[in-house]
Design a binder for this molecule. Sequence first.
Ligand code: PCA
Length: 210
Amino acid sequence: MTGFEPYKDEKFNPSGEVASRLNGRVINGIEVHGAIIPVSFKRVRDAIAKNIEEVKPKIIINLGLSPKITCIRVERVAINIMDGGPDNDGYTATDEPIVSDGPAAYFATIPVKKIVEALRKEGIPAIVSNSAGTFLCNCTMYHTLHYIATKKLDAIAGFMHIPYTLKQAAEKPPRSFLGMPPPGMPIDIIEKAIEIAIKVSAEYLRSRSL
Ligand code: PCA
């Protein structure tokens, strides 16, 4: 799994923190490798490729922060577009394809709906999201799925957007979201959500290969 380094005005990125926390953990016999990847349109592809080559994972879950969301968002689709910025290299993309001859979109191959159901059953608010945006999160999901497709790897992959942590939300200007502090989720709950997503993905993989 991956998370991101801080970007734009965010001094802390919970997605990177969760990746560090889970790095080296064994969940239901699954060895987790957590890596932090750059918020850079130019550099993220190589970071993804390097991690996949080193780890040879069966399940890839990329994580990113989505400020001001109220729940976990499990992304269904990545589209072939970069539009936004600046990234951490100071680069702003405008309507550019991620891969010039690549398909318009890729669907997540982790069991998106099963993950959402499992999270909600555990009391963690979650939805299926039909857009990962057009910044680094979408770009990362696209590169990962494109890499798996073009190299014909035996791996499933997807992307999850996470909210601010509760502490991070409390530190924002007190009226910065609808006259209130923005929503947040305790980091331990976010961490638990990702553990659940890993378990559900592993069960799905096992059932598929029976
Ligand atoms: N969130 C951004 C990029 C890095 C991150 O954590 C996004 O949603 O694209």
